[in-house]
Structure formats: C-alpha cells, structure tokens
Ligand binder design. Sequence first.
Ligand SMILES: [Zn+2]
Length: 298
Amino acid sequence: MRAKTLRSVFVPVLLLFLSSPSQAQKLKVFISVDMEGITGVVHGDQTGAGGHDYNMARKWMTADANAAILGALDAGATEIIVNDSHGDQRNLLLSELHPAATLIAGSPKPMGMMQGIDGTFDAVMFVGYHAKAGTVDGVLDHTISGAAVYSIRINGIEMPELGINALVAGQHNVPVVLITGDKAVCEQAKEILDDKIVTAQVKEGIGRYAAKNLSSERAQQLIRQQAKAAMEKRKEIKPYKLNPPYRFELAYVRSSQADNAMFVPGIKRLNARTIGFQTEDYITGYRLLRGAISLGRE
Ligand SMILES: [Zn+2]
C-alpha cells in the first residue's frame, strides 16, 4: 500500500518536472555591441573617448543594446552575455544595462569583439555594426582599424567585421541571427552571411559622416521587435562557415605597416602593403590577423 501511494504521488510530480520548459530549456544569447552603427551616431566625436558627444553616444549605445536584450527576453532567452566591442571596449554604461545581461568590458581580450562566445550559445546578435572600409554611404565605414586596414580578404572574400566575427561564431556552430546598424551594413550582412539573417536598419548613410536616423524610440522598438523575430527564426539560419584552409590577406593603409608585420614568422609579403598567411584552424587565423593589425598601428 505504502509503495503504491508513494508512486501515485511521485510519478506525476516527476513527469511534471521533466516536462517543465523552465527546467529543461536554456536559451543563451551572445550580443557583440559596436558603436558606429548605433542609432544617431555619425561622427568620430561620438565614438571616441574625449569626443564632445561621446558620453551621449554611450547612452544611445546602451539603449540599442537594451532593445536587443529585451527582444531576446521576449523570445525566452535565459542567459545573455553582452561583449563591448568598440575601441577600448569600455563604452557601455553598466548602470543602465538591462539587469538580465552580463557585460564583458575592457581590452585587450584574446578574442576581441567575440570574447565570450562558445558552443553553449544558441544565437549571436551584432548590434551597432558598420560596413567594411570602402563602402559608399557606409556611416563611419572601416574594417577593425581605420588607421591600419585598407581591406581584409579571407578565402578571396573581402570581409567586413561582421563576416570576420561571424566565422568565429560559425566555428562553434552558432548562427548570427540579427544585425543592427545602417542600410549598408544590413546589405553586407545579407550578402555575406545566410540571407535569412534578420536586420534592424536604424539609419541610412548620406556619405561617411551623415545619415538619416530613426528617432531613438522608433529605433529601439524596431530592434526589440527584430531581435525577437530573429530568435524565433534562429533554427532556420545557418552558422557562417568557409572551408579550410583559411587564406588571410591583409592590405594595410601604408607599406611601412606591412614592413612591421614581417617580424612574424609565417607571414608572407604579397605586395608593398599587403601581407598574407594561411591556417587550418580559423580561430588561430583570427588571432594572428588581430596581431598583424596591432603591428600595423604605428
Ligand atoms: Zn567600432
């Protein structure tokens, strides 16, 4: 009798426990936040510490990040890691960041804009991203370093930061589901990554230093709505991968910068200002690329 009573109580409770979605489903989101693609940002005075509009732009950056966090939460996210990915990576205002998120701040970090990603995540979001160096109507267009980099090619494809970073996520089988920024970066994301990626276009460039912007309120509504939609679509969006070996080509702005990179064994000179190297493992190549860019910062 006693065993039967116990069974009649515990079996349903056990089944309830096993079927409870809150117990079983974890949904982890990694958000990399840059600054040039933030709503309202159109000039270096807004993106560089010391610029007279910088502190205001940090608030805008935090607001765009919060909108993406809210959209992820709307879709059931249980853990959100935000990586500050701009400049010295000390821009987001922790005191204003949504409490559901954890913030990775500061630099240098071995994986830079992708510090913190691993295979336990379900989705990646790029917030405030910008187009690659040499893009017409790309607000503050550049690739990693305006001072050092003219262009970066990986396996022959000229890459914006979004492609270089999405390949890191792809190594962990995690798709980039959302990008926010200007019209040009949204177009480049659809060209290079799976075109099912969800975009939130918060501004349209008019040259490099001007843009037509949505109001802050409308931009945040759009980002939140698109972030939720992106999470709901995440299983349809393929992680970004290229086949090894990975052939990196880095064209510097000046030939003297390529001279500096010649200190590193394994790096070859392709022409006056271009260096190249090849790796079997993408993460190794990504780190060497960042090292070579640092050597180019004279
Ligand atoms: Zn940036």
